[in-house]
Design a protein around this ligand. Sequence first.
Ligand SMILES: Cc1ncc(COP(=O)(O)O)c(C=O)c1O
Length: 441
Amino acid sequence: MNAPAGLPDLSHLWMPFTANKQFKANPRLLASAKGMYYTSADGRQILDGTAGLWCVNAGHCREEITQAIARQAGEMDYAPGFQLGHPLAFEAATAVASMMPAGLDRIFFTNSGSESVDTALKIALAYHRMRGDAQRTRLIGRERGYHGVGFGGISVGGISTNRKTFSGALLPAVDHLPHTHNLEHNAFKKGQPEWGAHLADELERLVALHDPSTIAAVIVEPMAGSTGVLIPPRGYLERLREITSRHGILLIFDEVITAFGRLGKGTASEYFGVTPDLITLAKGVSNAAVPAGAVAVRREVHDAIVNSAQGGIEFFHGYTYSAHPLAAAAVLATLDIYKREQLFERATRLAPAFEAAAHALRDAPHVVDIRNIGLVAGIELKSRDGAPGARAAEVFHKCFDSGLLVRYTGDILAVSPPLIIDEAQIGELFDRIGKILKETA
Ligand SMILES: Cc1ncc(COP(=O)(O)O)c(C=O)c1O
């Protein structure tokens, strides 16, 4: 394929989660970024309404982070993490632990959310085996859950498009809770909906069906982002915690997008006041400046594995790049910014203005629901007959072409800006979506 004038050859790159042919026929390229804005390859400023992919919580190209990475790259580019360590890795683990709920202070580093999920699932299996409960191998996820793209993650995940191609090769012992999304009961609710806590009781049904002695862990996103901003009904997470504790089942919260301030706290666990046994992390942990992820593990779970091994390696798992020096440097600089600039408190302070601006679109064309929590909003549109997703895709493209980055999944628009956004930018963001909805058939 010949490159269009001024563009590189687009043919070799197989793009992830992208309609490749469509993209390459009409490429939209980003060239640089600073603060709240991207600059497109054709020189336009694009307001970042989605913190990249829910990850650039402190805004783009923060000098403290880029300098920390550059310094580290010059000092020690790489250090093996198996049977060797480097000081920054330990410091980064301490810094991450300081932002986790009390008790979840053992940190395993990965490079992505998908790796964090598979790591957490393996820790759960190892925990039960080490305690003599090796028959606890069943994993329970939830419909509409997104837990990345590893075989573990898609098995416990609940998005059929991500599963069906690989359906013959998914993990065998998996079941799913129902999702909690319900427009009939919860449309246009601000914050946590009142209806739906009883859906957690479905876990009791699965426990009765499979017997608790076969179940290792339940994994859910406390707030599901990628499948359209699904906010947990009041009392729902509490019930999941109560049922899992009662049956000796580990509870994993996938906080790849909710941790590090999205809801105005270090974690959604802290925000909702429900503490799981493991938390998966990525994205905001390094402000996405270097790929990084982690699993925060309850100390007893860690100890059960590490203390019961008879010498040698306790957990046969890890990545060449776990706690990579550049990632560790980025994590430390990022978490320092969050604390110093009190960005989580800022998110809490901005949340009411964000909520008001989002819900001002209630009467805009096509809108069937608006939901929000912290600095996240989902705007659900009525699907076009016979073309689900087409309307939101058109809005996404028009937004981008007019200088605003949003996300869409199906016919749901998601907005999740960097936490450094100001009130004027919040107004601009939702006003622009409103204008584009009016221009969209
Ligand atoms: C809840 C959740 N888990 C896991 C992942 C996968 O993360 P990654 O794309 O870094 O592998 C994502 C990505 O959006 C996510 O939202």
